[in-house]
Design a protein around this ligand. Sequence first.
Ligand SMILES: [Zn+2]
Length: 116
Amino acid sequence: MPTIEYKTDKQKKSFYNSRAWRKLRQQALERDNYECQWCKREGKVTVDSIKEEGKRKEIVLNVDHKYPIEHYPKLALILDNLETLCIYHHNVKEGRTIDKISRNKNKKKRWDDEWW
Ligand SMILES: [Zn+2]
């Protein structure tokens, strides 16, 4: 059997929709106690949000591949390669820090209009 690749968006999408991934993702969340593992290392607890009636559930936690499937397809379904991260830390890991995002959006941040 040839190694499955996850290079294109289509390949990734079908992976993330697969029953095998959903099952493993659930296992990772349970193993990690539904907590962001980076926040945990910083002594904070970040858990998933609770769905409110009539509202779309806010996504807080992500199950991340420590070694990205794009480069390590063989590790795609290895529990040890998974880690529960909050959106913030997921972005940090991907190099998309919140800071960077807001800086780009709002090139010059003004500090003189703080209210005291
Ligand atoms: Zn976190």
